[in-house]
Design a protein around this ligand. Structure first.
Ligand SMILES: [Zn+2]
Length: 66
């Protein structure tokens, strides 16, 4: 059984934009990684494991995409 990776959150250091990603497997697919801010285009993003609330939201959105 594959290990389910933890969701994680990107935060833009410039404008505060955030995106939480909940990978469905340990291989990241398209749209499951960010290398720049989708709001201002800055490449200086912070990265952390999502908190409980963000994780719940990410799982909810993942369910909607199916
Ligand atoms: Zn930004």
């Amino acid at each position: 059984m594959p290990v389910r990776p933890h969701p994680f959150t990107f935060t833009c250091d410039r404008c505060g934009w955030k995106k939480t990603i909940a990978p469905r497997s340990d291989a990241l697919g398209p749209g499951e990684w960010c290398d720049r801010c989708e709001h201002c285009g800055s490449t200086s993003l912070s990265f952390k494991t999502a908190g409980v609330i963000d994780r719940t939201l990410a799982q909810w959105f993942a369910r909607l995409r199916r």
